[in-house]
Design a protein around this ligand. Structure first.
Ligand SMILES: [Zn+2]
Length: 580
C-alpha cells in the first residue's frame, strides 16, 4: 500500500535528527585472512580467499554510473507496470548479464512476473453501529474512520456483524500470548489495539515493535480467525504517526499482489481513538478499562453486543511488473544449492504532480537508485574473486516495494527458491551520499547472528554498529528484508550511521533531515554533483564481505534464540530434510 510515510526511506532519515543511538558491541577486529601483520580472525569470520582484494574493486565511479542510468528521466520514475518500469528492468538485467551472472528464473529468464492489482475502495461517507437497545453511533469517513477493501471483489457487504474487542489481536506461542483464547470469531468485526505489549522488557522485545505490532499482522491475524472485518484503534504513540497520515495513506488506489487462497477480511479499517471510545461506550464499556484488561496474558475477547452493516463498491485494475534477478553459482557442489540473497527494490513513484520547477518525473535516485547501484557493485565484487564462494549468490531487485513490499513477498511466496535453502538476505534501501562514517546503523539490531558477523567486518573498517535512532518505529518491518524474515530467512538491513568523519556532531543528522525535507519522494530526488559516494562504497564493501562470508561458512546463520522468526526458520529447515 502507498504508506509513503511508513517507508523506511522516509522515517529512518526523519528520525535520525532525534537521538544518536547507542554504541554497539564490537565483536572483534581483523577479518582479513591471517597474515604477518593482521591478528587472527575471530571464530566464525573467515573471509574467502581474495575477498578483501575483491572488496577494494568497489569504486564510486561505478556506483555513480549505475545510479545515473537507473534514475535518468528516461526511466520515467519506474512506476510499477509503466514503460519506465520495463526499461529499468531491462537495464538491470543487462547489467547482471554483463557481470556474468545467470538468469535467476529459469524459463522466465531474468524476470519473475509479479501480478499486481490496484484496489480503489469507495467507502461510505458514514459508518454506523447499533446497540441492541436501539442506540447508534456513526463515524465520518476520513475524519473518524478510514480503511480499504480486504478482498479483490467489485463489491463488499457486511450484514449485521457483531463487534468484538480482541485486545492486541495477537497469537504468539513463544511469548505465551493468545488474545483469542479459542473464541469463535468467524464473521465478527474485530476491534483491536495497535502495537504490541511494550511495558515489560521480557515481553515482545519491550519497547521494540515486533511484527506483531504492525498493522499488516493485525489484519492477517483477524483473517485467520475468519473475521469479516478488523478495526485498528489509532493512537499516535502506538502508530508512530498522527491520524492525517493514516487518512492519506489509506485513500485512493492501493496496489496489492493478486489474491491467492490466503484468508482475508472483507474490510481493513482504522478508527480514531475518540471514535473507538464512543463505539465501546455505545456498548456500555469504557475504552480505558478494556485497554487495561488487554494488558494481561489472561485477556479474553469481549463481545460488545453492538452490530454493524456496511456496503461499498471496489474498483479493480490489474497490472504487471516483475522482480529481476541474477545468480552466480557457488563453487561447492553441495552448498551451491543454497543462496545468499542481496536485495534492492527497483520501483519508485513514476510521473506525477510537478514541483515548483515544473519537473514531474520522480527519479528516485537516492530512493532507491543508489541501493541498486550498490547491489550491482556487490555482484561485481563477487565476480572479481579468484573463485566464487561455496554458496550461490542471488542478486534480486524486487518490484513494487513502495506499494507495500509486494515484489519480495511474491518472491518468497512463489517458492522459486525454498526459504530453507536461503542462507541470508542482505537488503539495500536508501543510502548515504555525504561521505564516510564511523558508525553503521542496523535496523532491528540484535535479531540474528548476522549482526555479530557484521560487527566483526565493520570493525575492520574502523566502524561500530549502532541501533536505529528510534527502536519503537520498527524499521526492520518496512523494507524488503521483512519478506525474507517472515519466511524464516535471517535478514538484515544496515547502512551508514550519522557519525561522519571530519564533521562535527549533529552534522550527519542535519544532512539526512535536509534531504528528507527537500527531496524525499519529490521530483528533485536526482543525482546531485555535490554527492560524496565514499560512504556508499564503504557500505557496499561491507555488504559484500558479509555476503561472501555467509556464502563460504560451513553453517548458515541463525536467528538469536527466542527471536520471533526462529520457529519459522526451524520449520523450513525441517521440511527440507524430508526432501533430501
Ligand atoms: Zn525505498
Amino acid at each position: 500500500m502507498k504508506h509513503q510515510h511508513e517507508r523506511p526511506c522516509a522515517r529512518a532519515a526523519a528520525r535520525v535528527a532525534a537521538v544518536l543511538a547507542l554504541l554497539a558491541t564490537v565483536v572483534g577486529m581483523a577479518c582479513r585472512p591471517p597474515d604477518a601483520a593482521a591478528p587472527p580472525a575471530p571464530a566464525g569470520v573467515t573471509l574467502p580467499a581474495g575477498a578483501a582484494e575483491a572488496a577494494d574493486t568497489i569504486a564510486a565511479g561505478d556506483l555513480l554510473r549505475d545510479v545515473t542510468a537507473i534514475s535518468s528521466d528516461d526511466m520515467e520514475g519506474r512506476l510499477p507496470g509503466s514503460a519506465g518500469d520495463r526499461r529499468a528492468r531491462t537495464y538491470l538485467a543487462s547489467r547482471l548479464a554483463e557481470l556474468g551472472l545467470e538468469p535467476a528464473f529459469g524459463r522466465d529468464g531474468w524476470e519473475q512476473p509479479v501480478p499486481i492489482v490496484g484496489v480503489t475502495s469507495r467507502l461510505p461517507e458514514t459508518w454506523s453501529f447499533r446497540a441492541p437497545g436501539g442506540g447508534r453511533v456513526a463515524f465520518r469517513l476520513g475524519d473518524e474512520y478510514t480503511g480499504a477493501s480486504g478482498v479483490q471483489q467489485p463489491s463488499v457487504s457486511i450484514d449485521g456483524a457483531e463487534v468484538v474487542f480482541v485486545g492486541y489481536g495477537i497469537q504468539a506461542p513463544e511469548e505465551g500470548w493468545d488474545d483469542f483464547k479459542g473464541a469463535d470469531l468467524a464473521g465478527k468485526v474485530l476491534l483491536m489495539l495497535n502495537d504490541d505489549p511494550d511495558w515489560d522488557e521480557g515481553l515482545f522485545g519491550g519497547e521494540r515493535k515486533l511484527s506483531y505490532g504492525r498493522w499488516t499482522y493485525k489484519y492477517e491475524s483477524a483473517a485467520r480467525q475468519g473475521a469479516a472485518a478488523a478495526i485498528i484503534i489509532h493512537t499516535t504513540p502506538s502508530a508512530g504517526y498522527p491520524w492525517p497520515v493514516v487518512r492519506t495513506g489509506w485513500s485512493g488506489q492501493q496496489f496489492e499482489l493478486a489474491a491467492g487462497d490466503e484468508p482475508r477480511t472483507k474490510l481493513r479499517a482504522w478508527l480514531t481513538e475518540d471514535a473507538a471510545r464512543r463505539l465501546v461506550a455505545l456498548a456500555g464499556h469504557n475504552l480505558d478499562t478494556l485497554v487495561e484488561s488487554a494488558r494481561s496474558p489472561g485477556f479474553a475477547p469481549v463481545a460488545l453486543g453492538v452490530t454493524t452493516s456496511l456496503r461499498f463498491g471496489v474498483e479493480l485494475e490489474t497490472g504487471a511488473t516483475a522482480n529481476v534477478g541474477g545468480i552466480l553459482r557457488g563453487a561447492d557442489p553441495r552448498l551451491a544449492g543454497e543462496l545468499v540473497v542481496i536485495t534492492a527494490h527497483h520501483d519508485h513513484f513514476g510521473v506525477g504532480q510537478p514541483d515548483e520547477t515544473g519537473d514531474a518525473i520522480y527519479n528516485g535516485a537516492l530512493d532507491n537508485g543508489v541501493a541498486m547501484a550498490q547491489a550491482l557493485a556487490v555482484a561485481r565484487a563477487f565476480t572479481a574473486m579468484p573463485s566464487p564462494p561455496r554458496r550461490s549468490l542471488l542478486v534480486l531487485f524486487p518490484a513494487a516495494e513502495e506499494q507495500g513490499i509486494l515484489g519480495s513477498a511474491f518472491f518468497v511466496r512463489s517458492r522459486a527458491f525454498q526459504p530453507g535453502r536461503i542462507a541470508a538476505d542482505i537488503n539495500f534501501e536508501l543510502g548515504n551520499v555525504w561521505g564516510r562514517t564511523r558508525d553503521v546503523t542496523v535496523f532491528g539490531k540484535g535479531k540474528s547472528e548476522l549482526d555479530e558477523l557484521l560487527a566483526t567486518l565493520a570493525a575492520d573498517q574502523g566502524r561500530v554498529l549502532v541501533e536505529e535512532p528510534d527502536v519503537r518505529a520498527g524499521w526492520f518491518y518496512r523494507s524488503d528484508q521483512i519478506s525474507f524474515a517472515r519466511a524464516g530467512v535471517p535478514a538484515i538491513w544496515f547502512k551508514s550511521g550519522t557519525d561522519f568523519i571530519g564533521r562535527p556532531a549533529g552534522w550527519g543528522e542535519a544532512q539526512y533531515a535536509a534531504w528528507i525535507e527537500r527531496h524525499y519522494h519529490q521530483p528533485s530526488d536526482e543525482v546531485d554533483p555535490s554527492w560524496n559516494l565514499d560512504g556508499l562504497v564503504q557500505d557496499a564493501r561491507l555488504a559484500f564481505l558479509l555476503a561472501a562470508t555467509v556464502a563460504n561458512r560451513d553453517a548458515m546463520p541463525v536467528w538469536l534464540p527466542g527471536d520471533e522468526f526462529e520457529d519459522e526458520r526451524l520449520a523450513s529447515l525441517a521440511t527440507l530434510q524430508w526432501k533430501l
